[in-house]
Structure formats: structure tokens, C-alpha cells
Design a protein around this ligand. Structure first.
Ligand SMILES: NC(=O)c1ccc[n+]([C@@H]2O[C@H](COP(=O)([O-])OP(=O)(O)OC[C@H]3O[C@@H](n4cnc5c(N)ncnc54)[C@H](O)[C@@H]3O)[C@@H](O)[C@H]2O)c1
Length: 288
């Protein structure tokens, strides 16, 4: 299976932060994009969000009006999984929950043409578990984009034990064609970036909880002292606290390292609906 560096048909499943970003990346790279959400309204809202994002790029002179129109014309929306049948590549970016993802892969396997590649944007879950939920484990791979996907250069390519080299090469080519810098990594929880990043983020929350320093001082210290573009608590808000707890749980389940055990306040914040930027409130307040 080869995915042309432009002009393939790419399906995106999941209309959250990452699904929207990946859709923009694929459409701008010249692919036809089919956005599938469980509700048509949400899929349409995702396309409207894309239109807004491209409109801002036109205002800033980064994109011509013609490029905006051509990019938007490539994007269709649906609430029907069957509408993904003709995709060359489907990238799922639904909630970080293995049972949900396995059920989705089994469903995708039924409708998407044989030979097409099914990819997950999971941050931490075992890709092999999704591969074996299908009848085409050789064509299932991890393609892990970073947030926000249109801005971040890195894509981690995760080839589970079941994947063919041809599949890994095809998605590496796809990522390169989208202007990204792919790296290859084994199918281990957290891959490279989250396995190194999340102990740091989790320990920042513990530091806040045990009163070592205030929220703003922790964030300022890591910006000023390490030249990081944002502090750890602001970064957790960007990732989403529900997604962050799911990532830490998966890392802890795999490695049993206490650094991966979510700081208790993270779960309490999720229970309270304080999910970070996407809910308007997390460690910081975004409601103004
Ligand atoms: N947030 C990040 O920084 C980030 C970065 C890279 C990868 N990821 C991964 O991307 C995926 C999505 O994360 P996100 O941040 O876009 O999350 P999000 O909360 O913004 O969106 C999740 C999406 O999943 C859908 N969903 C929820 N329950 C579902 C179900 N039972 N069946 C089908 N769909 C369901 C929601 O409707 C929503 O469209 C996760 O696997 C996450 O680990 C997240």
C-alpha cells in the first residue's frame, strides 16, 4: 500500500482537539479529507473550525484566498462510518480509551477497503491491541501527532510487532508529505516524548500540591529557567487533564513506575469537569 504524498483520501475519526488539527494538516498537504464524527453537527462544526483557522491564516498573509478555498473544498463531513470506505488511510483520534479504540478498529476493518491503512493517534496505548482487533494487523500503525498538530513538527511513527515494513514506510512518507518530521519508535507506552515528558508534568502537579511553589511560579520557573515555551501546568491544560490522566494511567500500567501514578488532584479536577483549555478551566482560567 502506498499513500501518495498528495492526493490520497484520508479519513479522520474523532472531532476533538487532535482530530481537527490533523484534518487541517492533511487537507493543506493536498489530500481529500473525510471527517467522521458520531454526530453530523459536530463534524460540521469541525469543518467550520477549519474554515475559521484557514481564514485567520489568510488575514495574516500566510495563505492565499485561493489556497483557502481549494483546501476547504477537499474536506467533506459525515456521521456514517461507511463513508470512509474509499479512504487510503484512516487516522482515528477518539478518546484515549483502549476498549473504545479496539471497537472502532473492528468497525473500521469492516468498512474500509482491504489494503488501506488504519492508524491511531494514541498517545500511550498499545498499538498492537488495536491491530489484532482487525483482520489486517499488518496494515495497522501508530501515527502520533503533537498538539497543536498544524504547528508541531514531530510525528512519532509506531510500528507494532504485527505491522509490515511497507505500512510503516507508507505512513512515514505521508507524514513527510504533510511537512512533518517523523521519527520511528517501538510500541511502548508513551513512545519517546510522553514517556519522558509525563513524569515531569506529573511531578509539577505534586510540587503544586505539596506547597513547594505557586502555580504561576512553577510555570514561570520552567519558562525562564529552561527556556520552555510554556510551563508544565499550562501544558497540562493544553493537552487536557482527562487525556493527561489517561496517558499517566497507561504509562503506570506498563512500567509500574510511581512517577507515572497520576497526582491525586488531577483525577479530582477531571471529576469536577476542570479539563483545561477545552472546558475553560484547568490549572489556569480560560473563561475570560
Ligand atoms: N490532547 C493532546 O495533546 C494529544 C496529543 C497527541 C495525541 N493525543 C491523542 O489523541 C486522541 C484524542 O485526543 P484529543 O485531545 O483530541 O481529545 P478530545 O477530548 O479533544 O476529543 C476526543 C474525541 O473522542 C470522541 N469520543 C469520546 N468518547 C467516544 C466514544 N466512546 N466513541 C467514539 N468517540 C468518542 C469525542 O467526541 C471527541 O471527538 C487520544 O488518543 C489522545 O491520547 C492527544
Amino acid at each position: 500500500m502506498t499513500i501518495s504524498s498528495s492526493s490520497s483520501t484520508v479519513g479522520i475519526v474523532g472531532s476533538g482537539i487532535m482530530g481537527s488539527g490533523i484534518a487541517e494538516v492533511a487537507a493543506k498537504a493536498g489530500h481529500d479529507v473525510v471527517l467522521r464524527s458520531r454526530k453530523q453537527d459536530t463534524a460540521d462544526a469541525m469543518r467550520a473550525g477549519l474554515e475559521k483557522s484557514l481564514g485567520k491564516q489568510v488575514e495574516k498573509g500566510r495563505l492565499s484566498e485561493e489556497e483557502r478555498d481549494v483546501t476547504l473544498a477537499r474536506v467533506t463531513t459525515t456521521d456514517q462510518i461507511a463513508d470512509l470506505a474509499d479512504c487510503d488511510l484512516v487516522i482515528e483520534s477518539v478518546v484515549e480509551d483502549l476498549a473504545v479504540k479496539r471497537a472502532l478498529f473492528a468497525e473500521l476493518d469492516e468498512v474500509v477497503a482491504p489494503g488501506a491503512i488504519l492508524a491511531t493517534n494514541t498517545s500511550t496505548l498499545p498499538v498492537v491491541e488495536m491491530a489484532v482487533a482487525t483482520g489486517r494487523p499488518e496494515s495497522v500503525v501508530g501515527v502520533h501527532f503533537f498538539n497543536p498538530a498544524p504547528m508541531m513538527a514531530l510525528v512519532e511513527i509506531v510500528a507494532p510487532l504485527t505491522a509490515s515494513e511497507e505500512t510503516a514506510e507508507a505512513v512515514t512518507e505521508f507524514a513527510t508529505g504533510c511537512g512533518k518530521s517523523p521519527v520511528r519508535v517501538a510500541d511502548r507506552a508513551g513512545f519517546i516524548v510522553n514517556a519522558l515528558l509525563f513524569p515531569y508534568l506529573n511531578n509539577a502537579v505534586r510540587m503544586l500540591e505539596n506547597g513547594t511553589a505557586s502555580r504561576d511560579d512553577i510555570d514561570e520557573a520552567m519558562k525562564g529557567g529552561c527556556n520552555f515555551p510554556m510551563g508544565p501546568l499550562a501544558l497540562l491544560d493544553l493537552v487536557g487533564l482527562d487525556t493527561s490522566v489517561a496517558i499517566l494511567d497507561a504509562l503506570h500500567a506498563e512500567f509500574a513506575d510511581p512517577n507515572f501514578s497520576p497526582a491525586p488532584v488531577l483525577r479530582r479536577m477531571v471529576a469536577a469537569g476542570h479539563l483545561g483549555r477545552k472546558s475553560g478551566q484547568g490549572f489556569h482560567d480560560y473563561r475570560r
